[in-house]
Design a protein around this ligand. Structure first.
Ligand code: FEO
Length: 371
């Protein structure tokens, strides 16, 4: 699909994937790869290994028998590099461009694959004829090897995982989606992938400030045109853990309904104070959904009954996941029911406190509470 004259999307759409390394993708995703045709031909980012045939078919539909000269690998993670062995088999003379960490990763992931690797950093460029690519390393957005690539003549930023969204329903440009939906999916992606790296995202945004950007071509989801300024503004808010002081998310699991009743009572209480409240039962929703919903919430309440002297495994999994994603500047509350020993509430309280949250008084119930 032509994005602009000489510039093509040769992506693979993975509309059926529902769990992406532990993260729920309710509408699938895409693995975006871009082809820039000039005196020399450049392929930017690849796709997951099972989609290598699709990528090669899409490249050949543009190039016919002409070879790919350069492969820019913005990121080693296998959803963007898995097709490398097949691509090198098809285009053995293509040189691969990436950061020093990218080379380490690629050599380790694909030891049998032979190719020339050219290390690049922020002062390097790759001229291809009428076009020149420049490189913007963005370490830990979200891996050490990550970088973006800028095509000045066309004002296009190939941003890799930054500014992406897991949307695998076939749309190519942001204008094909409602802004609410686009930013909901982008927020889900930020909360589950980018959130721990606020300081690094800040550096990246500072580095992009002086670039003239008309299109952002990320490695997942749709290409950003008119929504680019708002997406950059959203990132600036998310990286600072800017939250809504009147928003609470109540996340829980329950055995015989008492912890559910506690969740509902807390919801009524906070709704009565003017909060917008969302309740999420972890038996019904994936922990990554809960993570996305708390991205902009100041108040995070977590509940579990005590089961075998522990919190329920769904709640434990959620807390482990959330703690790793490092949300900051939140207010926490632990709640739950028990029959005799009642350890779960204290355990939840400890985890929330260890995240640096300001803690409210825990709420407990023995056996049952009135409706
Ligand atoms: Fe989309 Fe970090 O891979």
């Amino acid at each position: 699909m032509e994005i602009r004259k000489n510039i093509y999307s040769v992506r693979a759409v993975d509309g059926g994937i529902r769990i992406f390394h532990g993260y729920e993708t309710p509408v699938g995703t895409t693995y975006n790869s871009y082809l820039v045709v000039d005196e020399r031909v450049t392929l930017i980012d690849l796709v997951k290994a099972p989609f290598a045939d699709t990528l090669i078919k899409n490249i050949k539909a543009v190039l016919g028998g002409r070879p790919v000269d350069y492969i820019i690998c913005n990121h080693v993670e296998p959803d963007h590099s898995g097709a490398l062995p097949e691509i090198i088999k098809e285009y053995p003379s293509a040189a691969v461009y990436g950061t020093a960490n990218c080379e380490k990763g690629l050599r380790a992931y694909y030891p049998g694959c032979k190719y020339e690797f050219v290390k690049v950093g922020k002062c390097d460029t790759l001229p291809t004829g009428r076009y020149t690519f420049s490189f913007i390393p963005m370490p830990m957005v979200h891996w050490p090897d990550s970088m973006s690539t800028y095509l000045r003549e066309e004002k296009i930023l190939f941003s890799n995982d930054a500014l992406g969204q897991h949307i695998g329903t076939g749309e190519l440009f942001d204008g094909e989606l409602s802004p609410d939906y686009l930013f909901d999916r982008a927020g889900d992606y930020y909360a589950n992938i980018v959130l721990p790296f606020g300081a690094q995202v800040k550096k990246l945004l500072e580095g992009l400030r002086d670039l003239d950007i008309e299109l952002v071509c990320p490695s997942h989801g749709v290409i950003l045109g008119r929504n680019t300024p708002l997406m950059l503004q959203k990132y600036a808010e998310w990286l600072n853990d800017k939250t809504d002081d009147n928003k609470a998310v109540i996340i829980y699991d329950t055995m015989w309904g008492t912890t559910r009743k506690l969740a509902e009572k807390l919801s009524e209480e906070y709704a009565g104070k003017g909060f917008s409240v969302e309740i999420i039962n972890l038996s019904e929703r994936h922990h990554s959904y809960a993570m996305a919903r708390l991205l902009e919430a100041k108040y995070i309440f977590v509940g579990s009954p005590t089961l075998n002297n522990q919190m329920m495994p769904t709640v434990s999994a959620f807390l482990t996941y959330m703690k790793g994603l490092k949300p900051k500047n939140r207010v926490g509350l632990a709640f739950g029911s028990y029959g005799w020993s009642g350890e779960s509430v204290g355990q939840i309280n400890d985890v929330l406190a260890s995240c640096g949250f300001e803690m409210l008084e825990p709420v407990k119930a023995v056996w049952n509470i009135e409706n």
